[in-house]
Design a protein around this ligand. Structure first.
Ligand SMILES: O=c1ccn([C@H]2C[C@H](O)[C@@H](CO)O2)c(=O)[nH]1
Ligand SMILES: [Zn+2]
Length: 132
């Protein structure tokens, strides 16, 4: 897996961001188990709270295409350090990222960190917790 290339693809995906309110573009890409890349960007709304972050756009796109197993997710924004996904995205990532899925967080200055969902959201709520 080429981390640098995934970050570059996320920077490209970022260009599609619809951000008339924050003017803060974010791009994300998923690398599926079949080595397909699925892009996402943040999509804002005049009703601000309906905004969909780049990470969730990419995940929802991939799942709607029948792909829900991922080797990696990369997220990029114009942040001081590597971007830090919001809580909602962390929980959605937890649903679809395996413990070994690489979570790559970056900014436009070349700062990159590789982490995992367990590190981003320790003890996340999961279907394993449901007594059925
Ligand atoms: O990891 C992040 C952090 C923020 N945003 C978006 C939401 C909103 O459109 C803008 C400012 O918060 O950035 C993302 O897409 N991903
Ligand atoms: Zn988010």
């Amino acid at each position: 897996m080429d981390v640098k290339q995934l970050v570059e693809q996320a920077i490209k995906a970022r260009e599609s961001a619809y951000v008339p309110y924050s003017n803060f573009k974010v791009g994300a890409v998923l690398l599926t188990d079949e080595d397909e890349v699925v892009e996402g960007c943040n999509i804002e709304n005049a009703s601000y709270g309906l905004t969909n972050c780049a990470e969730r756009t990419a995940i929802f796109k991939a799942v709607s295409q029948g792909q829900k197993n991922f080797k990696a997710i990369a997220v990029v924004g114009d942040t001081e350090g590597p971007i830090s996904p919001c809580g909602a995205c962390r929980q959605v990532m937890a649903e679809f990222c395996a413990p070994e899925t690489k979570v790559i967080l970056a900014n436009l200055k070349g700062n990159v960190v590789e982490t995992s969902i367990e590190e981003l959201l320790p003890g996340f709520f999961s279907s394993k917790d449901l007594n059925k």
